[in-house]
Design a protein around this ligand. Structure first.
Ligand SMILES: Cc1cc2nc3c(=O)[nH]c(=O)nc-3n(C[C@H](O)[C@H](O)[C@H](O)COP(=O)(O)OP(=O)(O)OC[C@H]3O[C@@H](n4cnc5c(N)ncnc54)[C@H](O)[C@@H]3O)c2cc1C
Length: 451
């Protein structure tokens, strides 16, 4: 299998060193596929997208479904993200979405994002998945006066286009709302979304899919996918699966050649996270950042952060363009440094876990849910950019509906097939250049200081 990054990033022999795995007892491992098995639908990848598709197909359409996962369910981004169940999925301004699919199409996509959050809330309730971690709402914090003007424009656009209200907080009100950080100038409060334990959600989904009749195999990387008869033949190290239809749900962990059509259409980008030891109430007050809401800053190279229920603090940001172990160590140092600059009162608080994973960008800057052109019975869903908790969940469900043959309203933005990136082998170079130009646009970080 050919992939864009160093092999270490795809080593499924162990779980990532995340707070999520450390804080949740691991279930018995899903066994690998053995021998020859036949199924209606094969799903490749047991993240939110693949598991939602499997659940939909098994529960509501009575299909026989087999999920093949290279690691264990939730091993990919779905078990290691920041747990922001929020609006998102594309990396386009509202204006760009309108110019691509019209105002109606933009409203459809916005509606999809809202429904995606409700969908996750419904799943947690319906399947008694204990993953919810805090109150509703999300805060985007302006890192400069110019950025605050941008947030005001964003609030106005959201009101005009979608009729939604969002509150703007001036800088002077941040302290009383528990939103103090270095260089924070104001904020945009969005009243939807909620934080979750991402791995508890992924593993709860896998259990729900299995109870609905889907078979979920772990340790089963698909290494071959070829048409056979009316369907497809999938090869894994331990067995062979014959399926009438197949969903590729591998997102940021996709291979370039499974199937070759996907090659060059995704750009996996690393996101890196640290989680601190629990902070005392006095330590929280010393920094003045006490809000229980999910938060992120307005930088193009954004930082995302939130308090966890046991007092720990989660802080995430972009990873570098290399997944080699020494590059990861350098990157982890950078995450600590930026954390300390933004929250100087916590500069000396130690991190108890650090990890990274892949989000998935596309050349169209929008996600895709649909058939693989020219390959009957083959479907794909990928490209959730930085926000896939909610969108990949509903996107997976829509993929399941499409595969079942039921009429399904996939928003027009998500039906457009992402083009290949120009000169695909150079994608990581483009990414590095993008990071540099975005950092320049963002301006400097607050200077380092120790309190
Ligand atoms: C560090 C980090 C922080 C993030 N924070 C947030 C956040 O707070 N909020 C948010 O909305 N989004 C966040 N995201 C993005 C979000 O996690 C993803 O968009 C979402 O989980 C994608 O789900 P998925 O099912 O499409 O892909 P994944 O969960 O990545 O699943 C793909 C699976 O496919 C498997 N696979 C790949 N190739 C094969 C093969 N050949 N055979 C079998 N299996 C294969 C992989 O092992 C993997 O488990 C974050 C991502 C990362 C990495």
């Amino acid at each position: 299998m050919h992939r864009l990054y160093e092999d270490a990033a795809y080593d499924t022999s162990a779980w990532p060193t995340s707070h999520w795995r450390a804080s949740l007892p691991a279930p018995p491992p899903a066994e690998p596929l053995h021998g020859l098995v036949k199924t209606d639908v094969a799903v490749i990848g047991a993240g939110y997208a693949g598991l939602n598709a499997a659940l939909e197909l098994a529960q509501r359409h009575g299909a026989s479904v087999t999920v093949l996962e290279a690691g264990q369910p939730g091993w990919g981004a779905s078990g290691r993200n920041g747990g922001f169940c929020c609006l998102g999925g594309a990396h386009l301004s509202h204006g760009k979405i309108v110019s691509r699919v019209g105002a109606g199409g933009a409203r459809d996509f916005r509606d999809f994002q809202h429904r995606a959050i409700e969908h996750v809330a419904d799943l947690l309730q319906e399947y008694s998945i204990d993953a919810r971690q805090g109150p509703e709402g999300e805060v985007c914090i302006a890192h400069s006066p110019r950025a605050l003007a941008g947030l005001k424009a964003e609030a106005a656009a959201v009101r005009t286009l979608y009729g939604e209200e969002a509150e703007i907080l001036p800088g002077a009100e941040l302290a009383e709302r528990g939103l103090s950080g270095e260089g924070f100038c104001g904020a945009l409060m969005t009243p939807v979304g909620f934080p979750i334990h991402p791995l508890a959600y992924a593993e709860g989904l896998a259990r729900a899919a299995e109870r609905a009749g889907a078979q979920v195999f772990g340790g089963s990387p698909v290494t071959g996918l070829v048409p056979e008869g009316e369907g497809w033949r999938l090869t894994t190290p331990g067995g062979v699966l014959l399926a009438r239809r197949v969903l590729i749900a591998t997102n940021g962990y996709s291979s370039e050649d499974l199937p070759p059509w996907i090659g060059g259409r995704t750009l996996p980008a690393q996101s890196a996270v640290l989680v601190t030891r629990p902070l005392s109430a006095a330590e929280k007050r010393a920094q003045g950042f006490t809000t229980p809401l999910m938060s992120y800053d307005s930088r193009n190279l954004l930082h995302y952060f939130r308090h966890l229920p046991d007092g720990r603090f989660l802080f995430g940001m972009r990873g570098g363009a290399s997944a080699a172990p020494e590059a990861q160590r350098r990157n982890a140092r950078r995450v600590h440094e930026e954390f300390a600059r933004i929250f100087p009162a916590w500069a000396e608080i130690e991190a108890t876990s650090e990890w990274f994973g892949f989000v998935c960008l596309t050349g169209s800057l929008a996600p895709y849910v649909g058939p693989v052109p020219g390959a009957p019975g083959l479907f794909a869903t990928f490209g959730w950019h930085g926000n896939g908790v909610a969108p990949a969940s509903l996107g997976g469900r829509l993929a399941g509906q499409l595969i079942s043959g039921m009429p399904t309203a996939v928003p027009a933005l998500m039906r457009q097939v992402p083009k290949r990136f120009p000169l695909p082998p150079l994608r990581r170079v483009w990414l590095r250049m993008g990071y540099v130009s975005r950092a320049l646009r963002d301006g400097p970080l607050p200077p380092a200081k120790r309190v």
